[in-house]
Design a protein around this ligand. Sequence first.
Ligand SMILES: Nc1ncnc2c1ncn2[C@@H]1O[C@H](COP(=O)(O)OP(=O)(O)OP(=O)(O)O)[C@@H](O)[C@H]1O
Length: 257
Amino acid sequence: MLKTGGHIDYQTEVITVRDVSKSFGENHVLRGVDLKLYNGENLVVLGRSGTGKSVLIKLISGLLRPDMGTIEVLGEHVDELNEKELQQLRLKIGFSFQNSALYDSMTVRENLEFPLVRNKRHLSRAEIDHEVEDVLDAVGLLHTINQMPSELSGGQRKRVGIARTLILRPEIMLYDEPTAGLDPITCIEINGLINEVQEKYKTSSIIITHDLACAKSVGDRIVMLLDGKFERQGSFDEIFDTNDERVKPFYDYNFIT
Ligand SMILES: Nc1ncnc2c1ncn2[C@@H]1O[C@H](COP(=O)(O)OP(=O)(O)OP(=O)(O)O)[C@@H](O)[C@H]1O
């Protein structure tokens, strides 16, 4: 599917990171990072292992505090919020992480009900059923509703995991390596799903990946973390139109040239 970007509102920033630095002792991980996520945009973050992508996500969600700089998420200054306010903000953020595994002892339906029952106590039985069926249908897995996670393929489990994140109707989605460990066909399906989620639920997303086919397929814009800063940003073609030896290996490894 070719992306048009027509759905993005470039007037509204849902995440604004300004001049953020973060060190752990002598390890200066982020050195003045600037980043914007626009409303409705899929932003891909690339970077070598250990460059600070997870640290950035933790700063955005308020799990870590920056040494310097400011972070605004959905109009809130994250670094000024207390723990209760942070929890409220995090409900508007969907985390699709590799370790966000399903509960093995629960059916797919029960796995999806769990966050709803915990966070939206006012919902009736019929409303819960409706929400569960809606998100499962959105990920194409309504027929698995009564199955156990162990009966699903890796790709199906990933889809149910995304559905479980979507059920709280987040405004922002954070995907951490969504295609890691999946076969190429399933990767293509997950990339398609990320784009469908963006269209159907009008989410704004950050996608961390090392998979350039994924980056190309889902990214409206791509940024690359190099030496503690986002030195390169643009479209897929713009990012890789360079002889920079820190950038070329990413491309060469994914698309053997
Ligand atoms: N809580 C912490 N205490 C000390 N050092 C940390 C902490 N969290 C992260 N780091 C360090 O920050 C650096 C960046 O780590 P981070 O996990 O963000 O990398 P990454 O880009 O997400 O890597 P990967 O692609 O392998 O997931 C690493 O050197 C790591 O050791």
